[in-house]
Design a protein around this ligand. Sequence first.
Ligand SMILES: Cc1ncc(COP(=O)(O)O)c(C=O)c1O
Length: 352
Amino acid sequence: MKNLKNINIYEGGISSIPGKKDVVKVSSNESPFGPSISVKKAISESRLKTNKYPDGNCIELKEAISKSFKLKISNLFVGNGSDEILGIACQLFLNKGDEVIVPKHSFLMFEIYSKISGGVIKRSATKNLRVDLESLLKSITKKTKMIFIAQPNNPTGFYLSKKDLAVMIKKIPKKIMIIIDAAYAEYMTDNDYSNGLEFAQKNKNVIVTRTFSKIYGLASLRLGWCYAHSNIISSMNKVRGPFNVNQLAQDAGIQALKDKKYTSNSKKHNTLWLNIMNKELSKLPIKVYDSRANFLLIDVGKSVSKLNKYLLSKSIIIRLMDKYKLPSCVRVSIGTANENKKVLQAFKDFYK
Ligand SMILES: Cc1ncc(COP(=O)(O)O)c(C=O)c1O
């Protein structure tokens, strides 16, 4: 058996509080709305066909992604969550002892999957929690095989500008694979943001991963996809399980991509509330980072555990950040309007 002693099991946030009803869960960056009505209908119809194996090649879904994002089908791979794709990329490119650069405070699965495939993690520095490009480039050695960048990153909500991303990709030797994880791309509004697809189309060493878990509200169905060079896609198809994506997820994904109005309304809601929450919470004696995506990173100093206890007593679940080496921080996802109001009031009451 592989020696996995240096790997920590990924721990998701808690999803219920014993004895409490009407819990406000703003700990996992999920959609507060769930899937659209038409997606629910698609799932409902799909559930009647569970005796049949799903389409192992996800052809219809790939066609829908291809149409939506104007990408060639031969460059697309669909996975059981984008999570699975991160793991498959590590399986494909890493051998024992290969170095993988992961900026400090990045999404935890980068490290876990790299280590499972024998990778050795090199942490590049951050400046005020933002990726320090100079440090990242300096971390490259002859042994470097992969570099992970979450665009924007969870839990900081920061991203590299399009210009910096271009510089980074240009300076990284072509034999090193760059994985750009754009799980929150649909929420982004800044003009200098890039989800990386334009770079993946021009550079064979760039893979971009995307997910249906966030704005489309399909986290529990596990559905993600990636864009990569067609040779990489062919290899990914050799590594994946024959039916890695269930049919409910495929049918839901196809419908979700059609429902443009739903997605744009979710985005509008998120942009509005991200601003309100940031502005209102910034009035309290805490440091609110200028996070993008559908969450805010907040440094609450020494009050972390007292605040968390207080919020739990008010039926509110937020995420603690000790696993991300940010012990004085918490992460709060954007919820429905009512949930956000409850969260704001609870924070205000706590710091009164
Ligand atoms: C940066 C990032 N990448 C990937 C994922 C996982 O996405 P999926 O549900 O598609 O596996 C998350 C989930 O929170 C995330 O924050």
